[in-house]
Design a protein around this ligand. Sequence first.
Ligand SMILES: C[S@@+](CC[C@H](N)C(=O)[O-])C[C@H]1O[C@@H](n2cnc3c(N)ncnc32)[C@H](O)[C@@H]1O
Length: 316
Amino acid sequence: MTTKISKAPGEAAGTKRHPLERAGRLDLIRTDGPSDYALLDSGGGRKLERFGAVIVDRPEPQALWSRQRGDEFWRRAHAVFSASGDDEEKGKWRLDKKVPESWPVKVGEVVLTCRLQGLWHLGLFPEQTPHWDWMLGEIGKVSGERPRVLNLFAYTGAASLLAARAGAEVTHVDASKKAIQWAKDNQGESGLADAPIRWILDDAAKFVAREVRRGKTYHVILIDPPKFGRGPEGEVWDLFQGLPPLLKNAAQLLAPDRAAMILTVYAIRASALAFEQLAADVLAERGGQLSAGELALSAEGGGAAVPTSLFVRWTS
Ligand SMILES: C[S@@+](CC[C@H](N)C(=O)[O-])C[C@H]1O[C@@H](n2cnc3c(N)ncnc32)[C@H](O)[C@@H]1O
């Protein structure tokens, strides 16, 4: 006979019971990314990827394992990013083959323009693909009115454009003028010039607080904050300080009948459980379903997957 040592969930004294259905486990979502993208190999602190016609070799601190493919395979890279010191985001690109100043990468029905700029980001986060598919499913469930989508920390606009293409009215918020211009260029490239997208250059936290005061609501809210950032007026964004109030306000913006929210968190040392519990706290009164876990990019040919971020998904 075995003695039960663990308490049943919620058995501990004083545990708050949420009227919310929580998965009770962390999920691992693996994705190949969009069809125009491939993770070719990873290991030794780097990853080799193909964005459309261009192959890049970039730092990947999570790739602790050995590479599957040899040096010759890795020499297929058009461009190699070398980080300087501890900060992987500081460094420069070395071009080993010709790379256009910008080039298109198809993501479903929209086009994202990729560029090698100062930073090692190219203008597209391919691991977000399963979240975008999920978002499209949630947009499809809205009936009786035009779906409204709020995209916070929206960068070059992949999610905004996919939502607009699916018929949603989109509010795209980012603190960087350059990122908004890039997203607008992607709008043109995607043939969505007339789509109803509101481009908002603002601090996400301030904007959300203002929308609460205005009594606005959205059917889908996407939140993809960096660890540290700055609003256009120099407002400091710190994930651990800023996220709880931001999420509390975002929860108030969720449409009363049908709504969904996706939070992604990356480049930090933290547990998905911490963010699941924060979301459970702010959504306690709404009920619905909550799941959380890690998002990983699968390698072409079955090599090691690269973990990219933590996520929480909620739907009414
Ligand atoms: C990594 S990107 C998000 C990626 C995006 N969700 C995607 O999948 O394409 C983070 C973005 O947050 C923006 N940002 C940083 N601080 C901000 C703030 N305080 N308010 C609004 N946006 C901010 C940056 O300009 C950047 O575009």
